[in-house]
Design a protein around this ligand. Sequence first.
Ligand SMILES: O=C(O)CCC(=O)C(=O)O
Length: 341
Amino acid sequence: MSLQVAAFARAIAIPEHPAEDGRSFTAATLEAAHDFYRANGYVVLRGLVPEALCDAVRAGFETVRHSRIPILRQRNMSYERNTFNADGFLDNPIFNVQDLPTRRCMAFKSAALDLLTTSGVMEAVCTMLGVSRSKIVQSMFFEAPAGTWAHQDTYYQDSAAELGRCVAGWFALEDIDAGAGRFYVCPGSHRGTLLRNAGEHDFATGHDRYKEAIADIVSHESTDLTAPFLAKGDVLFWNSLTIHGSFPAARPGVSRSSLTAHYLSESDDMLQFHTRIREQEFRLWNGVTVGQLHNQDSWRSHIVREAASRFPGPYLVARKLALRMLMSRRESSSRGRQAAQ
Ligand SMILES: O=C(O)CCC(=O)C(=O)O
């Protein structure tokens, strides 16, 4: 029996078992998986990651669970210490595992990067992108249900070569309970409305309006929605134009240990906020290029982290101002281009 939840103006059935799910594929059927991915904007690959790698990431996290270092967070891009929900699961998901300080987070960071760069994963990513080499540009780690708002990744980051040429993976590190804030996607939405990071929806001043507009699309444009069952080692890949998010907790006492990672073709630059090419530092991990944005092994990022965690208010204000400046420079240069035409 699937779990029934109400969201986006409808009743949604969240499968408790793979038998209740739609189609899925394996490493042996990558070409068919690619066709499904192109048609639907997502695909599930069962058993792509060896269970031992999933266990190593979770064991690695135990070495940082009680650490007091401030870490950058997916929810608000602030540096915070680990916080936990009532069931003791990490409540503030980690942004960019590859940026963690190596010495203090070695076991967790290396296990996560090993998993995200394993040859089976890289082959699947390259097949989805239709390229021979790809790189990681972003990653996240979740444990408690997150209730992430519906969005298209392109609004935050995408390929500068072409929107939609970024593929992301949701890596289940345990069997994900239907009530643990299941990840969902809207099949076919990669061919639907593309909400630009501009004007009334720009990130600096209109992020809340953007979230409402995407939720409206899911609620009112007869958008399909699926929240597949994911067992330990399964991976769901989705396109940067596909609307997706995750549900809040629907049951107590369950976790959703998982990694996500966003991949581009090796030769593509990362486009941020539909605005600028975001420079990254690159390193190699198992022969795979991994982009870093806030490398905590560098003294410069370390100083920013210390300042941001000691003075979170002024740090957030400064970040907001910098974003506003970035967006308004973009608006005025696009007005300038229109005037010149
Ligand atoms: O699992 C989640 O809650 C959200 C993950 C996500 O949206 C992402 O990695 O882009």
